[in-house]
Design a protein around this ligand. Structure first.
Ligand code: CUA
Length: 313
């Protein structure tokens, strides 16, 4: 039945995904079997007991005890099997193993922040080692978001003022997409992320040095990539239109009016400060809602973003 699975379900990226799919396929196959049985018998009876002569009358049909017991007991057994099977994988889904890698997740309009036990922080992407259970402890800074990774078959609400959790065991190296599955405002559909499952060796390298692809990229190109992948794009436009934050278009080298009435030249140091300490200087007419990127972006990445913003004339 693997061919049917691969047609109707997304790829399986975790151990739990396979459990969910096994049960799902069991229910699909039972349903298909009984659909064919019932629809087939219906069609057969229509033909078999059709009215042949005008004087034919319907005989008095009473109940059949044996038949009724059979069609009650068989479904009862089937739904009981489905219940315990589902309950078993539900328990498995809700209780993470003790030796999990724990990652803190914060949902925020409109990006995902992650923090590793060693203090490393990332935005909109995490790397995890293959074959090791990962537990996510999640909360939101504003509205309700929902952490949804289809290929892991996990989806959990991310709430303000409360922790929720999910866990997964990635079984093969690869790349998985993370969605926000709870409508949370204009940037909802931008709340995308990537989960990279790496070999133990590659994971260690990433922890030490970061992504090898981005390590060698020219600054402006890296800046453009970070603008999309680190969530800048959801609040800062490039075409001059106003969003939750000011547009990047034409700000570099201009005097900017701050909410305290002062005026500041938007140079490299101003941009750097605004990335690391967004509340230090707030542009007039805007709310100070941007999160800090201190500890999230490496030095080279900050320079890359500054270069990228400079280029937006
Ligand atoms: Cu966050 Cu939708």
């Amino acid at each position: 039945m693997n061919w049917l699975r691969s047609i109707i379900l997304p790829a399986e990226g975790s151990q739990y995904a396979r459990q969910v799919d096994n049960l799902f396929m069991f229910i699909v196959l039972i349903s298909a079997f009984f659909f064919l049985l019932i629809a087939g018998l219906l069609a057969y009876f229509i033909w078999r007991y059709r009215r042949r002569r005008p004087d034919e009358v319907t005989p008095d049909i009473s109940h059949n005890f044996k038949l009724e017991v059979v069609w009650s007991v068989i479904p009862l057994i089937l739904v009981t099997v489905i219940f315990f099977w589902g309950f078993h994988s539900y328990m498995n889904a809700t209780v993470p193993p003790g030796e999990s890698l724990e990652i803190q997740v914060t949902g925020k309009k409109w990006l995902w922040q992650f923090e590793y036990p060693d203090g490393m922080r990332t935005i909109n992407e995490i790397h995890v080692p293959v074959g090791k259970p990962v537990k996510l402890i999640m909360s939101s800074e504003d509205v309700i978001h929902s952490f949804y990774v289809p290929s892991f078959r996990i989806k959990m609400d991310v709430l303000p003022n409360r922790y929720t959790q999910v866990w997964f065991l990635p079984e093969a190296e690869g790349e998985h997409t993370l969605f926000c599955a709870e409508y949370c405002g204009r940037g909802h559909s931008d709340m995308l992320g990537k989960i990279f499952v790496d070999s133990a060796e590659k994971f260690r390298q990433w922890q030490e040095l970061g992504d090898e692809r981005t390590r060698t990229m020219p600054l402006a190109e890296l800046g453009a990539l970070l603008y999309e992948s680190r969530g800048c794009a959801s609040c800062h436009s490039l075409d001059g239109s106003r969003r939750e934050g000011p547009s990047f278009k034409g700000i570099f080298g201009q005097q900017q009016k701050m909410s305290d009435g002062s005026s500041v030249l938007a140079d490299e140091n101003y941009l750097r400060e605004s990335i690391l300490q967004p509340q230090a200087k707030i542009l007039a007419g805007y709310e100070g809602i941007m999160p800090t990127f201190q500890g999230v972006l490496r030095d080279r990445e900050i320079s890359a973003l500054v270069e990228f913003i400079k280029a937006q004339k």
